[in-house]
Design a protein around this ligand. Structure first.
Ligand SMILES: [Zn+2]
Length: 284
């Protein structure tokens, strides 16, 4: 599952390779890839043809490209395995190519949506007054957004009857934090994932938020240089950023701070990785 840094890498790629280009012919090769476009694939292709694409935007893990009418956006859902690729026209089709967007120019490249598991897709949506596609209007700002309201976040944490990792994954409270970066930030903050948020002091929640930003910025610094090529390529499972993880995926390996073997626990159909010494469970 792509997380915020991976999606930001895709956004930058789109900004570099497709912003300002005018769409030519669009081929929808699999109906599931446009199922969020309720009017169907033919409508999707017809409405996208001939429009000029703006600069790709992102909120949390959501990515969209405003169209030149400023009232509509092309929203991309990467799902579990979705990729947006900029490929030379005439390059062999990928096995799981779902949508092809040609451009009405002489650049010689096209945009392809490739998705093995077809949980992702592309769709067109009306924009809200703030320029957000209407179906993501409820998504909170992400912590890398300059307009993220830190004070409101800290207050909401204290008031909610929830635990800290659930809160980090709650997209209506803070967006863009997924399982991997939640575990990393909790390890850095020495917080157990089941710690009730009501017990966090303001300095502790500020420290946690700082770690969330740090792990994402570190991943971005690494990812921003990993695809400086023709390809706008992001695959959520590619693990660009695995090399620098301190918690996620490190079961039985020594904690990078104290040497205690790290543990993994099943958590809401996923896993949580933590150090049993640095991240003590809350008292029952
Ligand atoms: Zn430790």
């Amino acid at each position: 599952m792509p997380e915020l840094p991976e999606v930001e890498v895709v956004r930058r790629g789109l900004e570099r390779w497709v912003a300002g280009r005018t769409v030519g012919e669009v081929d929808v090769l699999h109906p599931r890839a446009v199922r969020r476009h309720l009017a169907g694939g033919a409508d999707f292709a017809a409405r996208l043809g001939g429009v000029r694409l703006g600069t790709a935007m992102r909120r949390g893990k959501y990515l969209w490209v405003p169209l030149d009418d400023a009232a509509t956006s092309l929203l991309g859902h990467l799902g579990m395995s979705g990729q947006l690729l900029v490929q030379p026209e005439g390059a062999p089709d990928e096995k799981h190519l779902r949508i092809r967007i040609r451009f009405d120019d002489a650049v010689g490249t096209e945009l392809r949506f490739v998705d093995q598991r077809t949980f992702g897709g592309l769709s067109l949506h009306e924009n809200t007054a703030d320029g957000l596609p209407d179906i993501i209007a409820h998504i909170a700002r992400d912590p890398l957004d300059p307009a993220f309201d830190e004070a409101a976040f800290h207050t909401a944490l204290r008031l909610r009857r929830t635990t800290v990792k659930r809160a980090l994954l709650d997209q209506s409270l803070i967006s863009g934090v997924g399982n991997i970066y939640a575990d990393e930030a909790l390890w850095r903050a020495r917080l157990h994932y089941d710690r009730p948020t009501a017990t966090l002091t303001r300095p502790k929640s500020a420290e946690l938020l700082g770690h969330v930003c740090d792990v994402m910025n570190a991943a971005l610094a690494q990812g921003g240089t990993s695809f400086d090529s023709l390809y706008v390529n992001v695959n959520g499972e590619s693990g660009y950023f695995d090399r620098s993880l301190d918690a996620y995926g490190r079961e039985d390996q020594p904690c990078n701070r104290c040497g205690t073997p790290m543990r993994r626990r099943a958590w809401m159909n996923r896993s949580s990785y933590f150090c049993p010494r640095c991240q003590r469970p809350p008292r029952a």
